[in-house]
Design a protein around this ligand. Structure first.
Ligand SMILES: *Cc1c(COP(=O)(O)O)cnc(C)c1O
Length: 387
């Protein structure tokens, strides 16, 4: 059996895989089983922040692997404590709960919001408002949070207590908070899976103000936008707001599974002993990877991300076959005249790996992709769009 046959025979058919078997890579170049090389503009969906096999990251991870690979949360470990300190010092948040994925980081956010509201106002204040077209994960609760009904249909009943509001409509959002006793409002500053769509700056400011006035928790899902992806450490920083809860995962540990829920002043002690937990959460190897990743996301790297972003916007805006460019930092959506899936397939043939998001081509290159590689890849995409 070939690998492809074996995968089709034994792996659940929940993914429509591209016809490529990746075997190795270095930095922003990956190699398939035929020896063909690709410039990677997907980073495993915004995960490999510094590309494949980055030497500094690998050293941090293997050093921890040589010490101890797992201990459970019954014991202290240095990488977990150090990472929590780094996250708090760089965000002003007060405590961190570690898990293993984006969905779990949102689960913790939702549990913290519900418990805070119940503690302060009683158990009927449990509603979490999220936005239409959002994406928050695949567990039954984070599916309920996800504001796209086509994900919901096959899995009823979902966790109750979620209401979806039209993005960028503050009046409607305010009305919903009057209709439903609301514990929290959960937003992605740039909707990722929804099509790489940044929220309006005034709207996000307005959401923060509404939350402050009503003691509703402002919750920001930074699973995709976080950890330098948008040209700030977290996307909310572009908007000048201070969330009460931030969830993140994807790029945090540079390619190892790790989720983190950052808890602000109001909720730092909301979850107490026994209220939440995770066997793998805060795994020392993942945390060592994340300490290495975060320590490198400094002002210099962030300004490079913003510079590469400006380059991509300039290269694609108004280009033949490109209708619109959206996004923030190195999270870019291209509205193309051709079908996005066809653009991605043609780029792949020509050695460039891209993603889609809804009807858009989505680019999520490594934060440190060398400029010449980015330019080369952009030329390929421009060529495909113009054909
Ligand atoms: C990917 C994603 C998630 C889910 O993350 P998993 O690690 O797949 O559970 C949640 N929210 C956003 C915004 C995402 O992009």
């Amino acid at each position: 059996m070939t690998i492809r046959e074996m995968d089709r025979a034994y792996v659940a058919h929940t993914y429509n895989r591209f016809p490529v078997e990746i075997v190795s890579g270095q930095g922003s170049v990956v190699r398939d089983s035929q020896g063909k090389e690709y410039i990677d503009l997907g980073s495993g969906i915004a995960v490999t922040s510094f590309g494949i096999g980055d030497a500094e990251w690998k050293r941090a991870v293997t050093e921890q692997l040589d010490q101890v690979q797992h201990t459970s949360n019954l014991y202290y470990t240095a990488p977990c404590a150090k990472l929590a300190q780094m996250l708090c010092q760089r965000t002003g948040m007060k405590k961190v709960f570690f898990s293993n994925s984006g969905a779990e980081s949102n689960e913790c956010a939702i549990k913290a919001a519900r418990k805070y509201a119940a503690d302060q106002y009683g158990q009927e204040r449990f509603t979490i408002i999220t936005l239409k077209n959002s994406f928050h994960g695949r567990t039954l609760t984070t599916l309920a949070a996800t504001g796209q009904t086509h994900y919901h249909e096959l899995f009823q009943p979902l966790t109750p207590g979620f209401v979806h509001a039209e993005a960028n409509d503050l009046a409607k959002l305010t009305a919903l908070t009057e209709q439903y006793p609301t514990a929290g409002i959960l937003i992605e500053c740039v909707q990722g899976e929804g099509g790489v769509i940044p929220l309006d700056a005034a709207y996000v400011k307005g959401v923060e103000k509404l939350c402050r006035e009503k003691d509703i928790l402002l919750m920001v899902d930074e699973v995709q936008t976080g950890n330098g992806r948008t040209g700030e450490l977290y996307a909310y920083m572009h908007y000048g707001v201070q969330p009460d809860i931030v969830s993140t995962a994807k790029g945090l540990a540079g390619g190892l599974p790790l989720g983190a829920t950052l808890l602000g002043e109001k909720v730092e002690n909301t979850l107490g002993f026994g209220d939440h937990g995770s066997t793998f959460g805060g795994n020392p190897v993942s945390c060592a990877g994340a300490v290495s990743v975060l320590s490198r996301i400094d002002e210099k790297l962030l300004s490079e991300v913003r510079e590469k972003s400006r380059y991509l916007f300039a290269a694609f805006q108004g280009a033949p076959g490109v209708r619109a460019v959206t996004g923030l930092g190195l999270m870019i959506g291209l509205q193309t005249e051709k079908n996005a899936g066809e653009v991605v397939a043609a780029c792949r043939e020509q050695g460039v790996l891209c993603l889609t998001a809804k009807e858009k081509v989505r680019l999520l290159p490594a934060l440190n992709i060398p400029m010449p590689l980015l330019q080369k890849a952009a030329q390929v995409i421009l060529g495909v769009c113009a054909e």
